[in-house]
Design a protein around this ligand. Structure first.
Ligand code: FMN
Length: 389
């Protein structure tokens, strides 16, 4: 990857201590394997929202995947569909959800897919995005709460790089009829920026990313208007728990709130009629010094026993998946590793990575003495805090 792409994908907030804490939290638990449990047949499947899935892991939503590889979201989605692993399609995708889900259906019709929403300021745009996700066969709506503002990310700041300002990662918006109708009202810059090669590069890149002819997007100003309207509308920092009632009425899909780390928030989510949570600190990209998501899991499970819990942030190996499941998660989501696999070899790379994760998890589960995820979750495998030196 280019230095800017790598910086964007690998980076975390501020001193990146949350990124480190996510890994340390997994290392702080050790597995106590059991012997003679007849592991000759094994089942790594889990059931989420009435659907049986072959693996307890899924692809976390990652924006601007074109930074990793030109096959981008469609490539990752195709690999997920081939393995029956759910892909959570990002609001900040580089290709529209319609293209991803059509590609998935050519690989495996009806392959599992969820949609992740960044709740925009415009209710009409939110309604349109949700409607499109439903029409694309998405089986759950993931509402990301931890990014009403972008975290302080020094790697991007040092390189002066943010993909969205170049029109990257805006495909869900540029393909949305409601968003398109908002372009005429895109706000102008407060001050006229000085014309620099970087500015001209961004203007050209944003026009290239608008569907149809680049020349028309450039001369009509639609490329630049997309970036301005996106920046103005992409999030609602004024959201509160009371707003969830509006969302609950908009869709019959199960709703999961992504980014919850506090037990009290988990209780509020259950009260608001949500179906699940993605216990996550956004891979350490938002709040430096935040609790590791694995460390938040036990309290959240206690506070919201009936919610479906997916854990992400720092999951890298089969042992990590096992630990998260044993500590109360129903499944996990994984982010950066599949972006790196995509960067290496497109869809083929992601398929290879999924196969490796699946094998690592199955072996670790079986060698720990469990035949199935149900057995794991029933407490058949003991975890112990690591001995500290
Ligand atoms: C490059 C990058 C882009 C991301 N984009 C989104 C996004 O568009 N929406 C979202 O909800 N989360 C996004 N996330 C967070 C992931 O969904 C997930 O929470 C995180 O990557 C999990 O941590 P891990 O990378 O350590 O596995 C992004 C993460 C990365 C690394």
């Amino acid at each position: 990857m280019s230095p800017t792409a790598h910086g964007y994908i690998a980076g975390g907030a501020s001193a990146e201590t949350t990124v480190t804490a996510n890994r340390a939290a997994f290392d702080a638990w050790r597995i106590v394997p059991r012997m003679l449990t007849d592991i000759s047949s094994r089942d790594t499947g889990v059931s989420l929202f009435g659907r049986r899935l072959p693996q307890p892991f899924m692809l976390a939503p990652i924006g601007a995947l074109e930074l990793a590889h030109r096959e981008a979201d469609v490539g990752a989605a195709r690999a997920a569909a081939a393995a029956g692993v759910p892909a959570i399609l990002s609001s900040q995708a580089s290709q529209p959800m319609e293209a991803c889900t059509a590609a998935m259906d050519t690989v495996t019709p009806g392959a599992p897919r969820w949609f992740q929403l960044y709740w925009p300021k415009s209710d009409a745009l939110a309604t349109s995005l949700i409607g499109r996700a439903e029409a694309c066969g998405c089986e759950a709506l993931v509402v990301t709460l931890d990014t009403p503002l972008l975290g302080w990310r020094p790697r991007d700041l040092d390189l002066g790089h943010l993909p969205f300002l170049r029109g990257q990662g805006l495909a869900q918006y540029t393909h949305d009829p409601v968003f398109q109708s908002m372009l005429a009202d895109a706000p102008a810059d407060a001050d006229r920026p000085s014309i620099t090669p970087r500015l001209l590069g961004n203007v050209l890149a944003s026009a290239r990313h608008y569907p149809g002819s680049t020349w028309r997007a450039l001369t009509s100003g639609r490329g630049l208007a997309t970036v301005r309207q996106f920046v103005a509308t992409y999030s609602r920092p004024d959201l509160t728990w009371a707003d969830l009632a509006w969302l609950r009425e908009r869709t019959r899909l199960p709703i999961l709130l992504k980014g919850v780390l506090s037990a009290e928030d988990a209780r509020l989510a259950a009260e608001a009629g949500m179906d699940g949570l993605i216990v996550s600190n956004h891979g350490g990209r938002q709040v430096d010094g935040a609790i590791a998501s694995l460390d938040a899991l036990i309290d959240i499970r206690g506070a919201a026993p009936d919610l479906t819990l997916v854990l992400d942030s720092g999951v890298r190996t089969g042992a990590d998946v096992l630990k998260a499941l044993a500590l109360g998660a129903d499944a996990v989501a994984i982010g950066r590793p599949y972006a790196y696999a995509l960067a290496l070899a497109g869809a083929a790379g992601v398929a290879e990575w999924i196969a490796n994760m699946a094998a690592d998890f199955e072996l670790t589960m079986a060698l720990s003495g469990a035949r199935s995820v149900d057995e794991l979750r029933a407490g058949n495998v003991e975890l112990r805090p690591a001995a500290r030196s």
